[in-house]
Write a protein that binds this ligand. Structure first.
Ligand code: GDP
Ligand code: IMO
Ligand code: MG
Length: 426
């Protein structure tokens, strides 16, 4: 059976967790393919709220096998806490698998993330300080320590001691910090984490390919989003992995010919946490209203999210970058009380309007957004189950998004709960 990708089309927090959970009902396997515990994916089922960082969002269903893919960076204590949290809420995590090739986040990655942000001063990226960038940097520099190394204490120790030599020079001489306590790390990772994690470690590529040949349905769940992508995002204000659809292939070991659907998740407006350009940002009462109505505070870090109007220029680019077959537009209910709603359809640069993302980042910082304006619907849509029952003005808004982008909108989010999605039958 072919695989489906769920990918964020903006700067994260579009509702990937909720849509993944919704689709997981019809899947057999859900795989996280990149990122780490910088993600915060919220799922609301009845009166229970789950905020997942590392465990794939399909885990709530007992029939799902959840896989942490090779492209993910894993902080073991966060993973174990998350498993305990899920178990305490009655969720069975016994089928959770972790790729032997996934990389580990070690305490010095967190330390380096924190210090380098401080050194950047006003140019800081606003990372989640979870050690994500430093862990991926070590992976690229080929000094990373992998999940499979937990199974071989001798190798783990050799690698850690080699890396500590270099890191300690930097930590003590450049950053004026304490050196890495290798003994403490060895004790925690090998004696405390390894025995608990070992049963979950597997050859995830073999497992996924066997499952494909057994006609199993696989969903590849992206974290972060297209414009936080290391290659295609608003660099340097990005994360250190590839959330775009190509990253799903690399981060799971499933080749592109196995992918049949790529579902882009777009919030009906835009949010961003951390630094970086944001052409449609609203730094006024309307922006505050979006924060308030949309509860726009980070699932993971609690930081207030920046807010702005939907940006179709970005979405057009996201469609190209990910080969999106369809869109899910979430949080439409947050716009219920707005007199007018807007879609950015172009950027004005030096008096000229374009509908393409500028290739030079300086331009993106200075563009003026060009909008189409729509009447609001001024009524609550949170109980709407069928797309046809949405108020006319809400349908005009959604249809226009689909028309501008030439991609169908197949799901419309009308509230945070699992069943609060109007599905459009095409
Ligand atoms: P993710 O990182 O993409 O999974 O998104 P987050 O979970 O970080 O942020 C999305 C937030 O919006 C969460 O609090 C969700 O519960 C909530 N949410 C998702 N879809 C909807 C929707 O259609 N309407 C409303 N009001 N909230 C939603
Ligand atoms: P989900 O999966 C929103 C942002 C950070 C920062 C930048 C780099 O929940 O959508 P990092 O810690 O990754 O090095 O930070 O990326 N960021 C996110 N923003 N949602 C996320 O994940 C994010 N993960 C990272 O705020 O600007
Ligand atoms: Mg999130």
């Amino acid at each position: 059976m072919p695989a489906t990708i769920v990918v964020g089309t903006q700067w994260g927090d579009e509702g990937k967790g909720k849509i993944t959970d919704l689709l997981a009902g019809e899947m057999d396997i859900v795989v996280r393919y990149q990122g780490g515990h910088n993600a915060g994916h919220t799922i609301v089922v009845d009166d229970q709220t789950f905020a997942l960082q590392l465990v794939p969002s399909g885990i709530l269903y007992s029939h799902i096998t959840a896989v942490i893919g090779n492209g993910v960076v894993v902080e073991p204590s966060v993973l174990l806490d998350e498993i305990s949290m899920l178990e305490s809420k009655g969720i069975d995590t016994s089928k959770l698998k972790i790729s032997s090739n996934a990389h580990l986040i070690l305490p010095y990655h967190l330390e380096i993330d924190r210090i380098t942000e401080r050194y950047l001063g006003k140019n800081k990226l606003g990372t989640t300080k979870r050690g994500i960038g430093p862990s991926y940097a070590d992976k690229a520099a080929r000094i990373g320590i992998r999940v499979q190394d937990l199974l071989d204490p001798k190798i783990f120790k050799t690698k850690l001691e080699a890396v500590a030599k270099e890191k300690n020079t930097i930590l003590t001489r450049v950053y004026n910090q304490l050196p890495i306590d290798t003994e403490e790390i060895l004790d925690k990772f090998l004696n405390e984490y390894a025995p608990k994690i070992a049963p979950m470690i597997c050859d995830s590529v073999d497992f996924l390919h066997n499952s494909l040949s057994e006609n199993k349905n696989i969903l590849l769940e992206g974290a972060q989003a297209t414009f936080l992508d290391l290659d295609h995002g608003t660099y340097p204000y990005v994360t250190s992995s590839n959330p775009t659809a190509g990253g799903a292939c690399v981060g799971s070991g499933i080749g592109p010919m196995h992918i049949s659907r790529v579902i882009g998740i777009a919030k009906s407006y835009v949010t961003r946490v951390g630094s970086g350009p944001f052409p449609t940002e609203l730094e006024d009462e309307l922006g505050d209203l979006l924060v308030q109505k949309g509860h726009e505070y980070g699932t993971n870090t609690g930081r207030k999210r920046r807010t702005g109007w939907l940006d179709a220029v970005m979405l057009k680019h996201a469609i190209r970058l990910n080969s999106l077959s369809e869109l899910a537009v979430t949080k439409l209910d947050v716009l219920d009380d707005f007199e007018t709603v807007k879609i950015c359809v172009g950027y004005e640069i030096d008096g000229k309007t374009t509908d393409k993302m500028p290739y030079h980042q300086s331009d993106l910082h200075h563009v003026k957004a060009v909008y189409e304006e729509f009447d609001g619907w001024n009524t609550s849509i949170s109980k709407v189950e069928d797309y046809n029952d949405l108020p006319d003005q809400a349908k005009v808004y959604i249809n226009r998004i689909s028309e501008i982008l030439s991609v169908p909108v197949n799901f419309v989010g009308v509230g945070p709960k699992r069943n609060q999605v109007a599905v459009i039958a095409n």
